[in-house]
Design a protein around this ligand. Structure first.
Ligand code: ADP
Ligand code: MG
Length: 320
């Protein structure tokens, strides 16, 4: 007999092993599992012809693409879709928060760690002059890594820039215009000095000379915003802007079919219609629909009023 879909029972249930863990939805796979999925059947991305052309303009102009839209409209996923289709490697992800600074995006330097190591070495009475290598304590961030010289552009996702400090867009602007930056800690070592430092998403190191990083091809920069803050005109002027609309019923059906197959898509019509009518009243995101359809289609027998809890509004005001 198949195990109860309720893995967790609560109450005084005795601890028990889960015989088979429920398989992950295609979009919740990680590590090797995700890499295998991307090779065999990559997650599809639905985009209108018009929006697709805006993306292509940004690619041709070597300009950042500023993507706005309600939560769940596929802003972050767009960066991954571009990287996958154009075989540009892993997306360099910079999730912006209120404490994010330009320097954090470029690089981080663990000065304290290096000092500690130096004093340990001295105490261990090692030969003088064996200062710990500065390259072991310096790491390029997502933005810094995207600006490394390379044959093909990397994809950089500056996610939710509107969550950042007011000055961050303008700080970014300078780097995006110049395509280069200096690491003062390395520049101080002298002209022509090469240091090997770590960089984002890799265990390898890259040589940086005279503390200067300069890109050879501008990265594919995707900046997302939920519209919590307006950006200054000087910033907007230098980006190509894309406003993603909420998908309509037919598009939702396509997204469901692309993620879960033709058969599931056909059976989900009612759920999709229900989702759309609720979305007219409150804030709902596409992933909430995908979750509901996935649960339904994986044979989980959950009552409608429990399933409804997946369609809770993203906006607390609506919920009252
Ligand atoms: N146009 C689309 N095509 C395919 N999947 C989509 C699309 N829009 C949203 N999704 C799905 O919805 C989920 C949320 O998308 P996400 O990119 O995280 O939204 P946002 O960044 O705009 O909040 C993802 O799991 C994605 O697979
Ligand atoms: Mg997002």
């Amino acid at each position: 007999m198949a195990q109860d879909w309720r893995l967790f029972q609560g109450g005084d249930t005795r601890p028990h092993e889960v015989q088979t863990w429920p398989p992950a939805p295609p979009w919740r796979r990680f590590g090797d599992d995700a890499r295998r999925r991307d090779k065999e059947r990559p997650l599809p991305y639905l985009i209108s012809d018009e929006d697709r052309d805006v993306v292509n303009m940004a690619l041709h102009l070597h300009r950042p693409l500023l993507v706005t839209g309600r939560p769940g409209t596929g802003k972050s996923t767009l960066a991954h879709a571009i990287a996958r289709e154009l075989m540009l490697g892993e997306v360099l992800h910079w999730p912006v928060n209120s404490r994010s600074t330009l320097t954090e995006g470029l690089y981080s330097y663990d000065a304290v760690g290096r000092l500690r190591e130096a004093s340990l070495k001295r105490r261990a009475d090692e030969t003088a002059g064996t200062e710990p290598d500065i390259g072991d304590y310096l790491r390029l961030g997502a933005l810094g890594t995207a600006l490394l010289p390379a044959e093909k552009p990397r994809v950089l996702l500056v996610d939710e820039l509107d969550k950042g400090d007011v000055d961050l867009p303008n700080d970014l602007l300078t780097v995006f215009e110049e395509g280069e930056f200096e690491i003062p800690e390395l520049a101080r070592l002298g002209k022509g000095e090469t240091v090997h430092v770590q960089y984002a998403g890799s265990r390898e190191k890259v040589g940086i000379t005279s503390g200067w990083v300069s890109c050879s091809v501008f990265p594919v920069v995707v900046i997302t915003s939920n519209g919590e803050r307006e950006f200054p005109p000087a910033f907007l002027r230098r980006c190509v802007r894309l406003d993603l609309k909420q998908p309509d019923e037919a598009q939702l059906r396509q997204i469901v079919t692309m993620h879960l197959g033709e058969e599931v898509g056909a059976r989900a019509q009612e759920l999709i219609a229900d989702f759309v009518s609720r979305r007219n009243e409150r804030e709902l995101a596409t992933d909430q629909l995908l979750n509901a359809v996935r649960l339904r289609s994986s044979g989980v027998r959950v009552d409608q009023d429990v399933l409804d809890k997946l369609f809770r509004s993203l906006n607390e005001v609506d919920a009252q």
